[in-house]
Design a binder for this molecule. Structure first.
Ligand code: T4K
Length: 385
């Protein structure tokens, strides 16, 4: 195909139900005249998600960021408390902490999993620390076996930003059951989406009660407002999309599992290119396909690969560069590490997410493979002269 005829291929593509399947649900909304504020479709979706994850209840939100904020409000921590998290995440994780009047403290990541390094977390704990938010980044699950006892020992809440880990499991247990709270994004770019949306699962009844209050301004009833809350409610339209997507996301996931194998084969044996770690005890959400490009070993940088792909209308993304400590809001804040220099400062320049969804066709995979192999061939020539 001529480059001008090629449509750009994006990193994500929203999973959409059949338009005709939406009509009956729209009819229900128009008939009931309930369009938001914990309506019937919203409640149905909450019930279905609770069953799916085998949790007592699930609490829906209008997006993942407000869910994170509500999680922190529900914990009701003293202002200025410290919350330890990773700098290798989307801005929302750190911003939710800050917007809740708390202080994010950034701890380093593990070299292989790129999730929070428990030893760095241990070093980051102070008398002001009240919670840890691990991020299952790219769908790689955090080291729960070490984080959970550590948090118990220091009496800290352990929450997970599970935006990339919808319907994934660790040793057969749904990831939605791991933390004191598990916070999901149901954004359009996610495996399971409600266009915009968020979700929290918790097995703690008190948290679930508080979460429902804070997402609705703290209102208990017409006469009583119990706590500070926000408007974090999901509308009926979003819930309708969710009810339909719940029926088709597994199909999308299995397409992506096959695509992962295709990509793995395409980059296999290329010195300097590292695949995302495979966790044998994890069922992956198949949210992202991330590769690491080591400039010295590959011969070209991650940014070179990004630009080369772009020439073919392949829009990869350098998630999550810049890292949080590069943002104006957090610049100069330390990254607590057990190493001389943090792992994340090195890794941030290597990570690249390839388009990963059912819109990626064989010819796209072939083009992407070609780009990697052409660059490698050029690097060999460079080395030879
Ligand atoms: N925690 C973590 C770890 C997260 O990754 C996120 C969100 C959150 C918390 C917060 O959850 P939310 O409040 O967002 O629910 C995108 C998503 O908007 C964001 O949800 C996601 N993480 C983040 C990693 O990716 P951008 O700024 O990269 O989005 P954008 O508009 O560049 O979209 C990426 C590509 O997706 C586009 O190039 C094209 C495609 N796309 C996007 C949209 C919105 C479509 O094809 N259709 C669409 O409607 O943040």
């Amino acid at each position: 195909l001529d480059i001008n005829e090629m449509k750009p291929l994006f990193v994500a593509k929203p999973l959409l139900p059949e338009l005709s399947d939406l009509t009956p649900l729209l009819q229900r909304i128009w008939t009931s005249q309930i369009v938001t504020n914990q309506g019937p479709l919203h409640n149905e979706l909450e019930a279905e998600l609770a069953t799916l994850f085998d949790v007592p209840v699930s609490v829906l939100f209008n997006n993942g960021t407000s869910a994170l904020q509500c999680a922190l409000l529900a914990l009701d921590l003293p202002q200025g408390s410290e919350v330890i998290t990773t700098p290798l995440t989307f801005a929302a994780t750190a911003h939710a902490i800050t917007a809740s009047g708390l202080t994010p403290v950034f701890a380093d990541i593990d070299e292989d999993t790129l999730t929070l390094d428990p030893e760095a977390v241990a070093r980051a704990i102070t008398s002001k620390t009240r919670a840890v938010i691990g991020v299952h980044v790219y769908g790689t699950i955090c080291d729960h076996a070490r984080l959970a006892p550590l948090c118990r020992e220091y009496d800290l809440y352990l929450a997970y930003d599970a935006a990339h880990a919808f319907a994934s499991s660790l040793d057969g247990q749904p990831v939605a059951q791991l933390g004191d709270m598990n916070i999901f994004s149901l954004h359009a770019t996610k495996l399971f989406n409600t266009f915009e949306g968020g979700l929290i699962t918790s097995s703690n009844e008190e948290f679930n009660r508080s979460l429902r209050l804070v997402r609705n301004f703290g209102i208990v009833n017409e006469e009583r407002v119990e706590m500070v809350g926000i408007n974090g409610k999901m509308s009926e339209l979003n819930a309708a999309i969710g009810l339909l997507n719940l029926k088709i996301f597994e199909q999308e996931r299995s397409i992506r599992t096959k695509l992962r194998a295709q990509y793995d084969a395409a980059i296999d044996g290329l010195a300097g290119i590292t695949k995302q770690v495979a966790q044998s005890n994890v069922q992956q959400s198949e949210q992202y396909y991330m590769v690491r490009v080591n400039k010295d070993a590959f011969g070209f940088s991650r940014d070179d690969v990004y630009e080369a792909l772009k020439k073919h209308q392949i829009m990869s993304r350098r998630y999550f560069w810049p890292i949080c400590t590069d943002f104006e809001s957090y610049r100069g804040m330390p990254i607590i590490t057990r190493h001389k220099t943090s792992v994340v400062e090195r890794v941030k320049n290597d990570v690249l997410c390839l388009p990963f969804h059912s819109g990626v066709e064989d010819h796209h995979v072939a083009t992407i493979a070609q780009v990697f192999h052409d660059l490698k061939a050029k690097a060999r020539v460079k080395l030879a002269v």
